[in-house]
Design a protein around this ligand. Structure first.
Ligand code: FAD
Length: 299
């Protein structure tokens, strides 16, 4: 049987639940579809914690998610479906339709909160340490490195940004690894910041965060940072015809200040709708998307 709902939220993590909360509090019927594959799941797998979200600093990502979901499900107009929304399309009526576990879900308005996927540089040992001793965001995990020696594994010219920032968190070595050729002016920037440059290719990562170089040397470090390439975790935005923008880390759904996409009645929020994200930013975007979708239903 088809499922009809006023509002569908695709992606039930921080951004999506924040949008759904506003709609639930407006006493509207909202259906959340979630496949349960959060971007920061490797932090939970490593037994580590999330940082930088006001009042919830140092809490495990899964605990944040569980508590938020329990509060959201207190609202009687919220329906939660575990599963993947697929084959998105705009119906002739203007409603939005998705396939979910063999059923058709039809909504008048949709909030896309589907997040991004990270593609890491192909350095042996790096992916296994993602979320444990390898990160991309210094604001999220730099402090915990504790002032110890930090490595940056270059994956793109964005390594320049990392190489300039990270000395504020600890003595920094930038491993170029053939992925980034600094200009004279970049090298002057690194010298000013005290960033060491290592041009020998990286063979693999060993131990906690030890960089093994092609010439046989091993550089032990307290933590590593790199620049993943990101892409939408789901094709639903493209299937609906939403315009994408090109960000420095990868493409994301273009939205206006009210989180409205280029397609009528489709809003987007969180990592999938901004150039770079965090939980705090996802929650903020989600709140705006929920309010904007509610407002649109009155126009
Ligand atoms: C290693 C690592 C560490 C991090 N540490 C921090 C930190 O300490 N502090 C911080 O603020 N941020 C941190 N982040 C960033 C944080 O994870 C993201 O900013 C945040 O998860 C974005 O929330 P979101 O709701 O936009 O997307 P996500 O949390 O990625 O959730 C997207 C949800 O949508 C679902 N979904 C996708 N497609 C579909 C579909 N078609 N149908 C149904 N469901 C779908 C997914 O399964 C998932 O549940 C970290 C990220 C990484 C990679």
């Amino acid at each position: 049987m088809d499922i009809h709902t006023d509002f569908a939220v695709i992606g039930g993590s921080y951004a999506g639940m924040s949008a759904a909360l506003q709609l639930a509090r407006a006493r509207r019927q909202v259906t959340v579809i979630d496949a349960g594959v959060r971007r920061n799941r490797s932090v939970d797998e490593a037994g580590s914690t999330s940082h930088g979200f006001l009042s919830r600093d140092g809490v495990a990502p899964a605990q944040l998610w569980r508590e938020a979901r329990a509060q959201l499900l207190q609202y009687p107009t919220v329906r939660w479906i575990e599963g993947q929304a697929e084959q998105a399309r705009v119906l002739p009526s203007g409603e939005l339709a998705f396939e979910v576990a063999g059923q058709l879900l039809v909504a008048r308005r949709v909030v896309l909160a589907t997040g991004v996927r990270d593609a890491l540089p192909a350095v042996p040992g790096l992916a296994e340490r993602w979320g444990k001793s390898v990160f991309h965001c210094p604001y999220c995990h730099g402090y915990e490195v504790g002032g110890g020696a930090i490595g940056v594994i270059a994956a793109s010219p964005l390594a320049h940004h990392h190489g300039l920032m990270l000395p504020d968190w600890g003595p920094t070595t930038l491993f170029l690894n053939g992925a980034y050729v600094p200009s004279e002016s970049d090298l002057a920037d690194f010298a000013r910041r005290g960033t060491q440059i290592e041009a020998t290719p990286v063979l693999r990562i060993d131990g906690f965060a030890d960089v093994v170089l092609a010439d046989g040397r091993t550089v032990p470090l307290q933590g590593l940072f790199t620049q993943p390439r990101t892409s939408p975790a789901s094709p639903v935005a493209q299937q609906l015809g939403c315009t994408l923008a090109d960000g420095p880390m990868g493409p994301y759904v273009q939205v206006d200040a009210m989180q409205q996409t280029s397609v009528a009645n489709v809003f987007a929020c969180g990592d999938g709708a901004r150039a770079a994200g965090s939980i705090a930013l996802a929650v903020a975007d989600g709140a705006m998307a929920g309010v904007a979708a509610h407002r649109a239903s009155m126009l």
